[in-house]
Design a protein around this ligand. Sequence first.
Ligand SMILES: NC(=O)c1ccc[n+]([C@@H]2O[C@H](COP(=O)([O-])OP(=O)(O)OC[C@H]3O[C@@H](n4cnc5c(N)ncnc54)[C@H](OP(=O)(O)O)[C@@H]3O)[C@@H](O)[C@H]2O)c1
Length: 232
Amino acid sequence: MKKVCIIGISGKLGQYMTQHCLDLGYEVVGVCRPQSVHKLDRFKDQITVFPGRTDDRAVVQQAVKGCDGVLTVLAPWGVNDYASGTAQAVMDFAEPDARLIFSCGWHITKDGKDTYGLKIRSIVWLFSWLGPLLRLVDLNDQVEATNRIFASDRLWTVVRGSDLEEGESDGLPVWAEHVGDPVLASNMTKRIDFALFMVHALRDDRLIHQAPAIVGRNTASAKAELLHQHAS
Ligand SMILES: NC(=O)c1ccc[n+]([C@@H]2O[C@H](COP(=O)([O-])OP(=O)(O)OC[C@H]3O[C@@H](n4cnc5c(N)ncnc54)[C@H](OP(=O)(O)O)[C@@H]3O)[C@@H](O)[C@H]2O)c1
């Protein structure tokens, strides 16, 4: 992995991913909205930014050229197919052998085998109806985006984040194939470690065509599982 593109580089997750990539010695380019370029001032001599909406196909095409990996923040903003437009542009224009890593939440399901508690079901139900009405968020379009990714033969990984919090890193999160697995019960990950997992996935071929659901490795549920593994 030499050159990585981060789509949605100016957000919180994007900035953490930028730092992890620079720490690994990767060349970093990224796309963010023109009004957000200033958020990247602390990296300005170390990265190349292509200003533009993340669903702007011409900007994405230019940015992903020559990249071995693309890290995409799939955000369900607005009502104009923003997330699906972003995912489609990345899949259409990334280099044929590039590793493509996308972020989303636990509510996304690859095979329908996830089991959800009442809290997640209620939030998803509320946002699915209220979001488009308020013209702010379109969770259904994030589902459309990931369905297109799951159907693609590109080298993708869809990383599904739990609830997030800020704070110092606890190290690489633990993951499970399905929400509902006891290891995930704590439902909390540091945002810096979500970014760490995204960047880690670029080089972990076991994650190709997987949709890992992650949780912080220092949470009670993850620790219980790690203890169990040691004992057996
Ligand atoms: N927040 C959570 O609790 C949570 C939980 C699980 C998974 N996730 C996933 O984690 C990823 C990052 O989410 P995050 O909440 O941590 O936020 P984040 O990293 O701050 O990223 C938000 C992204 O959305 C962009 N954005 C904000 N307002 C926008 C608008 N009106 N139109 C277009 N783009 C806009 C931001 O760009 P600008 O810099 O230009 O504003 C940024 O790239 C997402 O894939 C999300 O599904 C989040």
